[in-house]
Structures are given as structure tokens and as C-alpha cells.
Ligand binder design. Structure first.
Ligand code: UFG
Length: 332
């Protein structure tokens, strides 16, 4: 079968599909496992798609074996914070127990390298709004807890076995493939950049601004927005790192720069060619005022250099994709 295969769980989802595309484009042999509960078949642009669940031990083991998988990149997870608050067991089962099962299968089949999708949600509301990798973890919702528990499992499994891992804690991921082939298709989106793009194409009458009285320069929430292509590139850098035999590490994946909700909406307005209609709302429960990465370690450790820093390209790519979605799947 040649070169070692890379299994991407959740490869039909938003971030996973961008990673599959970059892996495929760089000549890697990639296999996707996705249950299509949130993902899309046509988002998988390289390699076979196996439709199934990470909780299915027999299936996961068979895929690892039959495709000679050497490395697993594990994205398959539910990601909506409010849903995790309403139905925590769904998150612990799908995200935490799911990760446990995939790890168990890796050990059983001799897969000894693992890249894990973690989240800035593990930090909760960090002091000063800036988190480095040593900032105490204190998630404030089941989604964040489900990711942190997965990190702990990974840490302990790596300590007890020959497995090595890279865990990437994503900050606010946005945008889409600049080539326009794939993007974020999630229905009932809650993420700011996606909501704003949906407004521009006419799917929403306005964009809510959740909180205008935060202790931030313009009163709205500040986040570290990172282009999904740069997030995907960090995974390829993690792959090279693990192949070089380097030790397990947990890294923030952000730019280290914050933008407010109003700055994001202004950028979307620039890209759209007209200002957006906004609606000022109360704060959304559980939102920290500011959440920005200290992002030096990922650059030093992986040699990762972002290519899409700045809001303008991120929102342009998000908008291009939203226009395409709107043209292909017009509202009924
Ligand atoms: N916001 C609005 N209007 C919207 C949507 C969001 O004003 O319609 C604001 C939020 O209040 C926040 C900012 O825009 O200030 C970003 O909100 P998102 O929902 O886009 O992203 P979050 O920062 O809430 O979420 C991110 C990740 C999650 C992770 C969470 C934890 O996407 O996966 O951080 O901090 F769990």
C-alpha cells in the first residue's frame, strides 16, 4: 500500500475537511472516518470516506488495519457550546468517550502518533483574557470539559505507552478554503463570522451583537480569529513534528491578536460592500469578555508560520463560501 496512511476522524466536518484537502494536496494518503451527523460527503476532497462512528471499535480497528494507518488526526466531535449545556452526556459520550475508543483502537493496532483537536474552551475565562499553554485550565461548559478530559486521557495514555501526540487548542476558527472548494456548511450556525456571512447573503435579517458593555475598547467581546487554512496548516506541521520523533506537546492555535465583534462586523461590511444591519443584545451567558492566545509556542515548536493573518481574507473567504452555499441550496 506504500506510504503510511493518515486517518482523519471527522474529516467531512468544517476543520477536518480543510485538513484532508491540504494533506491530499501535499501527496499524503488520507482516509476519512465520519458518521455524517454534522459533516458532508462532498466536503471530502481526497481519499476514501468510511461512514461510521468513532464509538464503533470493530470498525475503527478495521480501518486502522486495512488502510495501514500510521497516524490519527482526531476531529470527530460535537462543538456547539449551548447544546453541550443542554445535553452534557451527549458531549461526554461523543467527544470524551469517543476519543477514548479511538485511543484504545490505536494502542491495539500499533498506531503510535496522534493529533488532537482541542479548544480554547479548556481555559474558560482566563485572567486578563490572554491564555498561554500553562494558564490553568478551567472550562465553564461541558463542551470545554469534554475536550479537557480528552486531553487528560491523551496525556496519560502517552505516558503509559509509546504513543506521542500533538494537541492543538484552537481559538476562533473562521473562513474557508481560498480556492472556494469547501467551507463551513453547518446549519443553525452560532459562530460570529458564519452568522454575519449568512446575514450578507440574506439568510438572516440582522446580526445580533451579544453584549456592548464589556470592559473592552469598544464594549464588545474580543477574540483571536484564525483562518481555517492556517489551522489546517498547523496540522501538517504537527505531522512533520511527530514524524521527526519529537515528544508530545499541547499548543495554542491562534494568532495572538484580538478583534472585537464590531471590528469583525466592519470587516464583513467592507467585504460585502455595505454595512451590516446589527442588533444590540444582552451578553450571551458564559462568554468571556476577551480570549486571546499567547501563540509563540506553536511557532517555535512546529515552525508554523501563518499565511492568512488579518480579518479581511478570513471574512472574504467566509463570504465567498456563503454565496456559493446560497446559490446551491437556496432556502425553501
Ligand atoms: N457573537 C455575537 N453575535 C453572534 C455570535 C457571536 O455578538 O451572533 C459574539 C460573541 O458574544 C463573542 C464573539 O462574537 O464575543 C465570538 O463568538 P463565537 O460564537 O463566534 O465564538 P466563541 O468565542 O463563543 O466560541 C469559541 C469556539 C468554541 C469554544 C469557545 C470557548 O468557537 O468552540 O470559543 O471559548 F468553545
Amino acid at each position: 500500500m506504500g506510504a503510511e496512511g493518515i486517518l482523519v476522524t471527522g474529516g467531512a466536518g468544517y476543520i477536518g475537511s480543510h485538513v484532508v484537502r491540504q494533506l491530499g494536496a501535499s501527496g499524503e494518503r488520507v482516509v476519512t472516518l465520519d458518521n455524517l451527523s454534522r459533516g458532508f460527503r462532498d466536503a471530502v476532497t481526497y481519499g476514501p470516506l468510511v461512514v461510521g462512528d468513532t464509538s464503533d471499535r470493530e470498525l475503527v480497528r478495521r480501518v486502522l488495519r486495512e488502510h495501514s494507518i500510521g497516524i490519527v488526526m482526531h476531529f470527530a466531535a460535537l462543538t456547539v457550546v449551548s447544546e453541550s449545556v443542554a445535553d452534557p452526556l451527549k458531549y461526554y459520550s461523543n467527544n470524551t468517550a469517543g476519543t477514548g475508543t479511538v485511543l484504545e483502537c490505536c494502542l491495539a493496532e500499533g498506531v503510535d502518533r496522534f493529533v488532537f483537536s482541542s479548544s480554547a474552551a479548556v481555559y474558560g475565562v482566563p485572567n486578563g483574557g490572554i491564555a498561554d499553554e500553562d494558564t490553568p485550565t478551567a472550562p465553564i461548559n461541558p463542551y470545554g470539559s469534554s475536550k479537557l478530559m480528552s486531553e487528560w486521557m491523551l496525556r496519560d495514555v502517552s505516558a503509559a505507552s509509546g504513543l506521542r501526540h500533538v494537541a492543538l487548542r484552537y481559538f476562533n476558527v473562521g473562513g474557508s478554503d481560498p480556492g472556494g472548494r469547501i467551507g463551513q456548511s453547518t446549519p443553525q450556525a452560532t459562530l460570529l463570522t458564519k452568522v454575519a456571512a449568512e446575514h450578507v447573503v440574506g439568510k438572516r435579517p440582522d446580526v445580533p451583537i451579544f453584549g456592548t458593555d464589556y470592559p473592552t475598547p469598544d464594549g464588545t467581546g474580543v477574540r483571536d480569529y484564525i483562518h481555517v487554512e492556517d489551522v489546517a496548516a498547523a496540522h501538517l506541521a504537527a505531522l512533520a513534528y511527530l514524524r521527526a520523533g519529537r515528544p508530545s506537546v499541547t499548543l495554542n492555535c491562534g494568532y495572538g491578536r484580538g478583534h472585537s465583534v464590531r471590528e469583525v462586523l466592519a470587516a464583513v461590511g467592507r467585504a460585502a460592500g455595505r454595512p451590516l444591519v446589527t442588533r444590540e443584545e444582552a451578553r450571551r451567558p458564559g462568554d468571556p469578555p476577551t480570549l486571546i492566545a499567547r501563540a509563540d509556542r506553536i511557532r517555535e515548536t512546529l515552525g508554523w508560520v501563518p499565511r492568512y493573518e488579518g480579518l479581511d481574507q478570513l471574512v472574504r473567504d467566509a463570504l465567498r463560501w456563503e454565496h456559493r452555499l446560497q446559490a446551491e441550496r437556496p432556502p425553501i
